[in-house]
Write a protein that binds this ligand. Structure first.
Ligand SMILES: [Zn+2]
Ligand SMILES: [Zn+2]
Length: 212
């Protein structure tokens, strides 16, 4: 799995712009998936350009939840890529449009990729299989990290947790993971970094993670 953070509250790569929101590109096997779209389409597309990511190379968009800082860039993205299928959480009625697929339950989306399904009525996380277990990609973790990890654990070992962790403080839950990349809305990332300095890595737009 090859993951690049495109949009984040901070910039890891100083060439990129930062803004409140989250988006990352996930390449796994044959499929390239854009996870969330940030708040602002112009910033999303400009960061993609600086990272040499062609919008047309994206096969699927996965929307974790319908908060503006995750879905705000979607219309701009779709204006430059009309072919990508969009997986979105079925939490609002009548949102389905052309090439949009509403998701509710835990299910396989693509080879090596699952959704946790909508948890606590608000948000789904993306699960990507690697040789040493599942990588969990979270938008804001509104359902709670414990709830998300519980849903993922039903499928097998969890290797890594990447994304927004909101007000997560039950740090013992992630002790067994190989890698944590707390970013976006994570409030207690300093505490996580202090507790797990070896496995906690900095996020930010431009951060790339390759996990075999
Ligand atoms: Zn949110
Ligand atoms: Zn958010």
């Amino acid at each position: 799995m090859d993951l690049t953070i495109i949009y984040d509250n901070t910039a890891f790569d100083p060439r990129l712009g930062a803004g409140w929101g989250f988006s990352c590109l996930v390449a796994c096997g044959e499929a390239t998936v854009l996870f969330d779209t940030g708040a602002d389409g112009d910033l999303l597309l400009s960061n993609m350009e600086k990272l040499c990511i062609r919008p047309g190379s994206v096969d699927y968009v996965f929307i974790s939840h319908l908060h503006l800082d995750h879905v705000g860039g979607l219309a701009s993205f779709r204006a430059v890529n009309r072919d990508a299928k969009v997986y979105f959480p079925d939490t609002a009625p009548n949102r389905a449009k052309h090439k949009m697929i509403a998701l509710r339950e835990q299910q396989r989306l693509l080879p090596g990729m699952y959704t946790t399904g909508i948890l606590e009525g608000i948000e789904q996380s993306l699960l990507v299989w690697t040789s040493r277990g599942w990588v969990v990609i979270s938008g804001c973790a509104h359902p709670g990290v414990g709830r998300i990890l519980q849903a993922a654990a039903g499928l097998g070992d969890i290797r890594a947790l990447i994304g927004g962790l909101h007000d997560f403080q039950k740090f013992e839950l992630v002790r067994g993971l190989e890698l944590i990349c707390p970013t976006h809305c994570t409030m207690y990332d300093d505490q996580l970094r202090n507790l797990f300095p070896q496995k906690c890595i900095q996020g930010g737009a431009g951060r790339r993670l390759v996990l075999d």
